[in-house]
Write a protein that binds this ligand. Sequence first.
Ligand code: PLP
Length: 397
Amino acid sequence: MTGQDKGASLHPETRLVHAGTLRSQFGETSEALFLTQGHVYDSAEQCEARFLNKDPGFQYARFSNPTVTMLEQRMAAFEGAEACRATATGMAAVTAAVMGLVRAGDHVVAAQALFGSCRYVVEEHLPRYGVASTLVNGPDIEAWRKAVRPNTKVFFLESPSNPTLEVIDIAAVAAIAKEVGARLIVDNVFATPLFQRPLELGADIVVYSATKHIDGQGRCLGGLLLASEELIQTEIQTYLRQTGPAMSPFNAWVMLKALETLPLRVQRQAQSATIIADWLAGQEKLSKVIFPGHKDHPQAATIAKQMSGPSTLIAFEVAGGKDAAFRLLNAMKLIRISNNLGDAKSLIVHPATTTHQRFTPEVRASMGVTDGMIRLSIGLEHPDDLIADIRTALAAV
Ligand SMILES: *Cc1c(COP(=O)(O)O)cnc(C)c1O
């Protein structure tokens, strides 16, 4: 097997096509799908050496697999990270990052505006193991500092957040984390690796749900965790290897091939999202439109500083609450109701009754998830067709 060059001198698009390729003795053009649980050894001695990490190579797909390794190396090269590990889902990556870094008695500070499952991990799962957490208003930088305790070990945030597209100053939060000896984990799903680079802004770990833009065609679940080699080796590797949230080689192959087209897809989707967000901003029936590309976004200054593009997602609010929101969703023809995002197909969802339905109305309000709020994920269709669909549906509200 050859070709482990990370290609640091090459442009990101080039790295996404070539980096990490492990070519077999057959010289295949396209990356091979190694659908194998395990590997055979030439001798018992070689087997022993491999388990001692003295012989390079693969052992068992819970630890690593050639196709999964290709995905990890390609993603690390793109993100500019020393190391990457793939997991079965985005939530497995989030959970491994958090659980790897904490011990009983530790404390975590997290932004309150989080994807429902991320908030569950921080708020309900961690306390079971004696890890306390404090949720703060993420854009309020002083709130992070005030929440710090002597035992604070982890800061966790999502930016832009799901679904309210709230943006947090990553460099400012990273600086506080460094000062107090905590590590910052950033869930970068909504920005995509194309538009925001948390490691360069000072984050210690970046996590992705590869289910979203990285697959981008609604097929497979997956997660990715990126950090320094040292952090992965000391805090993450053993947790992953022994608890087993491994990505399947088939899913890794789908994601690996999908990375080749990630910039093309995300750029086009963000362009369309910009056109549609501009159009939505002029609609009378909407009480609010939140889009990271708009000057009236509450954190526009932070966006200008840390993001190189907007988002493929738009959040907006219909006057008239849940009833009006449901009427709008039900009147859509082309844009389908689904809680997935980042797909080639445009998808729409009502967060208050789906991704955020577990929370009390008060908690939802604190996260900005109102009854009239709608999350729209823009796909690869022509924006004119999408606008026509929304226009017809809005007439039904
Ligand atoms: C979807 C999502 C996740 C979870 O990813 P899965 O692949 O569904 O487990 C985590 N964070 C954010 C921001 C998401 O949108």
